[in-house]
Design a protein around this ligand. Sequence first.
Ligand code: GDP
Ligand code: MG
Length: 212
Amino acid sequence: YYRRSWSSESSDSVISSESGNTYYRVVMIGEHGVGKSTLANIFAGVHDSLDSDCDVLGEDQSSTEQPQDEGECEEDTYERTLMVDGESATIMLLDMWENKSEEEWIQDHCMQVGDAYLIVYSITDRASFEKASELRIQLRRARQTEDIPIILVGNKSDLVRCREVSVSEGRACAVVFDCKFIETSAAVQHNVKELFEGIVRQVRLRRDSKEK
Ligand code: GDP
Ligand code: MG
């Protein structure tokens, strides 16, 4: 009889096996001011937007993490577990592209460590769009032999009157980049959840095609 309390509580609440979970390091790169940190904060749950969709399993677990080696800044990394297409995935999001010290090694490091990349520009800033092309080239150079999942992100889509880069230009650029494209608004939280689900799907597509 002593087992009764044990069996009634635990088993149903456990979500599948932990081995089914996958872990991706996603790096955000892009010009200053395009909205990387705002997107990262939404991801981290600061605005609690993703929670309302009941798709998010865990809370931000970065506080319980082991300290990173090589001086990675803890406040620039965010970890969350999402349920995407019935399978959980843990994303560690790195928002350390811009750093106060302007140390070059951090950007080199960013180019090396990502399993996937979000190249962010602002639709209100053509220079940031041109910078995105430069970054794509830089990334290709840094990871020549790899087929890295990338999403080109046109942020600030809420600022319709200030638009300098059209949707079709963004889309065409992504074709040249050989990557996915999405327009987001961190301000009104449009397509942000879709962005992070999208990057998980992109990594999985490549993983699945490798297994065949
Ligand atoms: P970062 O330099 O790429 O990290 O850019 P930030 O996240 O610091 O954002 C720069 C500025 O743009 C801030 O004032 C944000 O509030 C604003 N911003 C970011 N995303 C959006 C957006 O989607 N729409 C609007 N209207 N403003 C945004
Ligand atoms: Mg920032």
